[in-house]
Design a protein around this ligand. Structure first.
Ligand code: HEM
Length: 397
């Protein structure tokens, strides 16, 4: 059997690599050699991907896994040396994961999400005003896609207004590709120190936000609360920002789909789901490592072997999504795996959906003449990053 290596190049910016599509046509799972020499697996079909995410014998602990991208090797080695900070429950297995997940789910209440929706509207409108005042062309990533999710996380955590500019600046440095390694580590230190200080302030002055709620619950210490806040910041910021940037690019290059999202409010919910499926910004992973031998669709995955989901190919599997390579904002795209599946399924998905349901139509209606200020080929894609998207999106109107 021929062996697969990663990463795979995309021929068209919005489609999975042709190689991944061909592999899906051949089968559900493929042997893959990881950059550290490990022989693991790549998953390209929907049913196998879903079965793995739901299976209790697969672990999400980073120290057990082999990174699929060469660029991740160094970062993972450094993280292993430093140990994962307390509270980053995405990389924990039960029962540790269960404890945090329960505490956090209790904080994502319907009441809190409703209150956030009206703040999201205000934040979105303020940024549209900013764009109008600046006048086109502008970079939509800098003026819209990045700051909105960042401010929404500030609302969720209860970061005071006077601290936000500095907090956003440090988060931006931490998450940007252009930041040098030492600068990123320094920014990480500042973000962690800030969050730790914020938690101590909130212990003295109770607040009605998520952190206030967790503090009142009394179950987590300051280190754990810092780690949880950090996870929410990282998990909620870059993901949603890339959906807003890449989603707008996808709509601008598919004008009939754009018109439907702009003109028909009844399309928006399905349209957001379809963009999540079609774009699948988590394009490397999720990743799991088998704790025991497991058989998935006739393949024996041995204990210790790492499996990487090729989610863009999975979410276009024609056995689950007929004509899956077509963007159709009226399609019922529910059941896609862009938010994962099983015990780690995205905790912030309702918040992310709310941000997109508000932001896309507001942008398209405020600027009915919105268009790219460069050719589609000139837009730089984040092919080299764990989360796919556009580095910049020059637009005018
Ligand atoms: C479009 C935006 C988003 C996408 C595509 C996304 C995607 C994902 C995926 C795929 C996972 C599971 C990873 C795995 O199984 O290994 C996940 C987990 C998680 N996400 Fe999101 N996410 C988004 C937005 C958010 C937001 C806005 C927040 C928080 C405010 C958030 C918080 C989390 C947390 C805390 C986890 C870990 C859950 C656990 O381990 O139990 N995400 N997300």
């Amino acid at each position: 059997m021929s062996d697969v290596t990663f990463p795979m190049a995309r021929r068209r910016p919005l489609d999975p690599p042709d190689e991944a599509t061909e592999l899906r046509q051949q089968g559900a799972m493929h042997r893959m050699t990881y950059p550290d020499g490990h022989r693991g697996w790549l998953v390209t079909r929907y049913s196998a991907a879903r079965a793995i995410l739901a299976h209790p014998h697969f672990s999400n602990r980073q120290e057990l896994s082999h990174p699929p991208l060469p660029s991740q090797l160094e970062r993972v080695r450094m993280q292993r040396e430093r140990k994962m900070p307390a509270g980053v429950f995405l990389r924990m297995d039960p029962p540790d994961h269960t404890r945090y997940r329960k505490l956090l789910t209790g904080q994502f209440t319907v009441r809190r999400m409703k209150a956030l929706e009206s703040r999201i509207e205000e934040i979105v409108n303020a940024h549209l005003d900013g764009m109008a005042a600046a006048g086109g062309p502008v970079d939509l990533v800098q003026m819209f896609a990045l700051p909105i999710p960042s401010l929404v996380i500030c609302e969720l955590l209860g970061v005071p207004y006077e601290d936000r500019a500095q907090f956003q600046e440090n988060s931006k440095l931490l998450l940007s590709l252009e930041t040098k390694a030492e600068e990123a580590i320094a920014a990480l230190g500042r973000v962690m120190a800030y969050l730790y200080g914020l938690i101590q302030r909130k212990r003295k002055e109770p607040s009605d936000d998520l952190l206030g709620g967790l503090i009142e619950g009394g179950e987590l210490n300051d280190e754990e609360l810092t780690g949880v806040s950090f996870l929410l910041l990282v998990a909620g910021h870059e993901t949603t920002a890339n959906m807003l940037g890449l989603g707008t690019y996808a709509l601008l290059t598919n004008p009939d789909q754009l018109a439907a999202m702009r003109d028909d409010p009844s399309v928006v919910d399905n349209g957001v789901e379809e963009l999540l499926r079609y774009l699948t910004i988590i394009h490397v992973g999720p990743i799991r490592t088998a704790l025991e031998d497991v058989e998935i669709e006739g393949n024996l995955i041995k204990a210790g072997e790492t499996v990487t989901l090729q989610l863009p190919a999975v979410n276009r599997d024609p056995s689950r999504f007929p004509d899956g390579d077509r963007l159709d904002v009226t399609r019922q795209a529910g059941g896609h795996l862009t938010f994962g599946h099983g015990i780690h399924q995205c905790l912030g998905q309702q918040l992310a959906r709310a941000e997109m349901r508000i932001a896309y139509p507001a942008l398209l209606r405020r600027f009915p003449g919105l268009r790219l200020a460069v050719t589609p080929e000139e837009v730089p894609m984040r092919s080299d990053m764990g989360i796919y998207g556009v580095h910049r999106l020059p637009v005018t109107w």
